[in-house]
Write a protein of this length. Sequence first.
Lengths: 78, 410
Amino acid sequence: MSEDILAGLAGIVNEVAGVPAEDVQLDKSFVDDLDVDSLSMVEVVMACEDKWGVKIPDSEVKNLKTVGDAVSYITANM
Amino acid sequence: MTRNVVVTGIGMTTPLGGDAPTTWAAALAGTPGGVRLGADWDPEQPAQIAALMRDNPAEILKPVEVRRMDPSEQCAIIAAREAWADAGAPEIDPIRLGTVVASGIGGINSLISAYETLRDKGAARVSPHMVTMIMPNGPAAMVGIEVGARAGVHTPVSACASGAEAISYAAKMIEDGRADIVVAGGTEACINGVTMAGFGAMRALSTRNDDPSTASRAYDMDRDGFVMGEGAGILILEEEEHARARGAKIYGRYGGAGLTSDGHHIAQPDPEGAGASRAIQMALEDAEISASDIIHVNAHATSTPQGDFAESVAIRKGLGGQADHAWVSATKSMTGHLLGGAGAVESIFAILALRDRIAPPSINIFNFDPAIELQVTKDGPVQLPAGDIAALNNSFGFGGHDVALVFKSV
């Protein structure tokens, strides 16, 4: 399950930020490792909400520091 | 001490080609840029024709760049990368490097897409990149970030004179000592239903829909409006000593500029050409040359009934009897009208005409309008003389903006 979400998230990060999908791993930080800036993070959130039908409020986005944080949040809330 | 400005790099993406050499070769060959718009184009639109970029930037840039840049920014970046590489990617202290890139309309395609998203999916789905895609200074800022310019990034806006005004502003930055190199030019990409309907409502567009390749016909008796074009032109302007010290190739010299305004009508030219002729005379003075030095004019000549005539009057007033010695080219007959990109692309044409000693053709003149008292290159390209020669590039914009630029041979 979380493998599917990781793969889907890797595709989204690749599309919105141009990061190679294989670089999108659970332990990677969006900002420090993947160079996903705050504007691109907004796009990542929009795409995740559309793909998995979750709601990710701004107050939660700041807690999603790593790819793993995002996968856990989506898994728990979808 | 006088600081002279030279041109050390050029880049273009236009309906005639995806780079400067291809565009220039196609212009000399008299290639028409107008095409019939596709099957999905609204049949109710008055204009069913336009001059589309030959190479679509969205197929050249990285997908993530396309996602974050409006088409007007995309073509500016493509032309800027070409120009910067052409200048030898000069090493320069970033605080001595500036950018001036103009657009007449701005990121309207992105604005329309964002509105459609808002209407169909709601506010939460509007792209966080929308604002930087629609702001008029977007292309200048994107190019400035691309080259790391820190001397200043600017965007003069004066409708169809914007590209020329950008070049004059950039040259001033160098002359005044603010920068040693400025990446300068203009861009436009606004072929969409809203823009085309608006220009159509003004009766500004050609409706020669059955014959797109001959629709842009400046100085022809039967001209009926301009053909909308898209694309960008970028020049690398450089302080002459700086360019010589690094052994840069020099295309030509920036001579000077004249900028005036009509104070007459929001969309119609002053029929007496007072503001335009004064701009021409000011440009000659700024360039410290006389009218007899002007051997070639790249005219604004959009193919509108009033505009072409008014400009011809202005050129005669501005150059006096010496207008008889200048070969006038109406290159929009090939490229269509690139609005904010026009003044930059046509300045590059003027510089290449001086370098290659050839005035490009003005195509689609089947019945030359006898009211136009100018020597027009209607029968094909014309050889220009050797020695020190100069060229004039005119650009005018809705609002009554008049910009004349002078370039000199090297």
